[in-house]
Design a protein around this ligand. Structure first.
Ligand SMILES: C[S@@+](CC[C@H](N)C(=O)[O-])C[C@H]1O[C@@H](n2cnc3c(N)ncnc32)[C@H](O)[C@@H]1O
Length: 336
């Protein structure tokens, strides 16, 4: 099928987007769903024109599609004829929009290497759009002291480190005042980050602290503050991380705490949806009958923790927040 639009027109969740694949897959969808379905980005064309929307509506009424619409956001998701054999670990590099620093395209290599090295957990990486959004936020705010909670094997961390590098370059600094501090629980991921730090010669820009992030936070010397904190660790501790950051006064005046996955596959709109159902939908979105049990995903209940976290923050007079419906939902928080 003839390419109609650039894939990056699909970044917004504020209005429905349509994508049409050569293999007849059609999507009217949120990016969260797209991430799971667009296994080969070269094989689809996309856009949000009235014509495409009309086509998608027509297909919907013909009942060829699964409807995942969210009544709360008014956001539609529509999938036709998804490829059940699709394998997200084989996804090719995401095309970078023109204008992005070509030196950053190695981040796609990191993403792909991560998918190969840790195929079971690769789905947890932030989307390229979320990485780019953090990069924008850091460079817009000129943040120089940066902390990440939950780094997996470093894909998001390298986005943060590259933003720091740019801020320092623009300020005429050859080295940062301090590297990005990346907190990761699991040793194999921390070691993988370290290998990549060496490979890409990023020793000055990124430092890994392996262990439970709450312990790492508590060990940070009194008086230390960060301009940008990215929270993407275990969801059952999100409220604890938030409270610890405030208690230790870790967020600098004007600093931003960015929290990922706050919409959790659109499962946070109702209080405590049955987790089995959420994961079943997630599995179906990935073209699987069910998620393999060994992934241990059901050991805790992220949608419920995210629901509680969102409510906790929304009712907190100490901070201001905005939820950006970007990819899986990104909340920005700052101290009043
Ligand atoms: C969603 S993944 C992070 C993805 C990463 N930000 C990226 O985009 O590539 C969550 C990570 O948090 C880590 N994690 C889980 N519990 C943790 C804890 N108590 N302390 C620190 N990290 C933890 C997991 O091992 C996992 O690597």
């Amino acid at each position: 099928m003839r390419p109609l639009f650039r894939p990056f027109t699909l970044q917004t969740r504020l209005r429905p987007s349509v994508a049409i694949g050569r293999d007849r897959r059609v999507f009217l969808s949120t990016p969260a769903l797209l991430r799971r379905q667009f296994i080969n980005e070269e094989e689809f064309s996309s856009g949000d024109s009235g014509a495409n929307r009309a086509l998608a509506q027509e297909l919907l009424t013909e009942a060829y599609c699964w409807d995942h619409s969210s009544p709360n956001t008014g956001h539609s998701q529509l999938v036709l004829d998804a490829d059940p054999t699709a394998d997200i670990t084989q996804a090719p590099a995401t095309p970078f929009p023109a204008g992005i620093d070509p030196n950053l395209t190695y981040l796609d290599t990191i993403r792909q290497d991560s998918q190969r090295e840790f195929p079971e957990t690769a789905f947890m990486m932030v989307s390229p759009q979320s990485g780019l959004a953090c990069y924008w936020l850091i460079t817009l705010t000129k943040a120089r002291r940066i902390l990440e909670l939950g780094s997996l094997n470093g894909y998001s961390t390298f986005w943060l480190a590259e933003a720091l590098k740019r801020n320092c370059r623009e300020a005429g600094l050859a080295k940062p005042p301090s590297p990005v501090v990346a907190c990761e629980l699991r040793k194999e991921f921390a070691q993988s980050i370290e290998r990549q730090v060496t490979k890409y010669n990023m020793q000055d820009w990124l430092e890994v602290r392996q262990g439970p992030a709450l312990d790492t936070l508590r060990a940070i010397p009194v008086g230390t503050q960060f301009d940008f904190i990215f929270l993407d660790a275990n969801k059952n501790d999100y409220i604890n991380y938030y409270e610890q950051i405030l208690a230790q006064d870790l967020l600098a005046p004007g600093g931003v705490l960015a929290v990922d996955n706050v919409l959790f596959y659109d499962a946070v709109y109702t209080k405590y949806p049955p987790v089995q159902k959420v994961y079943q939908k997630l599995a179906e979105d990935q073209g699987l009958v069910s998620l393999p049990p060994q992934k241990g995903l059901l050991s805790h209940n992220p949608p419920n923790h995210l629901y509680d976290f969102n409510a906790h923050v929304a009712q907190d007079p100490r901070t201001e927040q905005i939820v950006l419906p970007l990819f899986d939902g990104l909340t920005l928080i700052r101290r009043k």
